[in-house]
Design a protein around this ligand. Structure first.
Ligand code: SF4
Length: 148
């Protein structure tokens, strides 16, 4: 089954998790999901807030210590197969949360995301662009497809 057939045959549910960023990336992503400009629901890609019905987890922010355990809990609640996208510079490599030496202050930040849970796609940008997030979500589909 090709990607097009797959996405048409089965809805893909995307869950967005904030782990301590500035919300700039979240605004862009929610805009991409809700905006008629992209109209992603025509491809049966839907936003969900329930990890048990999610296929793709999009994570924004650097993962503060406070958010480390909740992120793991959400990841473990998502049934297999699942894919994770780290969205934005903070999620990918600490972004603006790095100190002046280029290190992530480990007493406050547990991330980036790949330190906490497996990451399948990294989408850079500050903030991320809607188009790049959608491309990241599409790049995760083959993993879901292989499991069928
Ligand atoms: S990457 Fe930029 S816009 Fe996104 S959460 Fe970090 S600081 Fe905010």
């Amino acid at each position: 089954m090709g990607l097009k057939s797959y996405s048409r045959a089965r809805a893909v549910h995307v869950m967005l998790v904030y782990t301590g960023g500035c919300n700039g990336c979240d605004i862009e992503i929610v805009n991409a999901v809700l905006s008629p400009r992209f109209d992603i629901e025509q491809y049966k890609i839907f936003l969900t807030w329930n990890p048990r019905e999610a296929d793709v987890l999009i994570v924004t922010g650097p993962v503060t210590k406070h958010n480390e355990e909740p992120l793991k809990k959400i990841y473990n609640s998502i049934p297999n197969p699942k894919a994770v996208i780290a969205a934005g510079a903070c999620a990918v490599m600490g972004g603006v949360y790095k100190n002046i030496h280029g290190d992530i202050p480990s007493d406050e930040i547990a991330g980036p995301v790949e330190n906490i849970i497996p990451v399948d796609a990294k989408v850079p940008g500050c903030a991320v662009r809607c188009e790049d997030v959608l491309a990241g979500a599409v790049s995760a589909l083959p993993k879901l497809l292989e499991a069928d």
